[in-house]
Design a protein around this ligand. Structure first.
Ligand SMILES: [Zn+2]
Length: 84
């Protein structure tokens, strides 16, 4: 069964340029800096609390999500996604 969370992740996988470019070797310092500048959640627009780096065909990309949306994609998304 495909969920709304799957659709969201599929959109990002197919259109990685929707996510901002990220350094390929982003470590904890870059993640903390990104969250401190107050970037919006890519799904709902609230302030992001988690920053993931996704290795897409278009290069490394930031996937910024608030806590609620991180929980949403992790619990309602099909585990096959390698974005998170
Ligand atoms: Zn959100």
């Amino acid at each position: 069964m495909t969920t709304a969370a799957d659709g969201f992740l599929l959109l990002l996988k197919n259109e990685p340029t929707l996510m901002p470019p990220a350094p390929r070797d982003a470590g904890p310092l870059e993640h903390n800096r990104r969250l401190q500048i107050g970037v919006p959640c890519l799904h709902c627009g609230q302030r992001a609390r988690c920053a993931f780096v996704y290795a897409s065909e278009a290069g490394s990309r930031w996937l910024d999500l608030c806590s609620k949306c991180t929980l949403w994609v992790r619990t309602e998304g099909t585990p096959k996604w390698s974005l998170l």
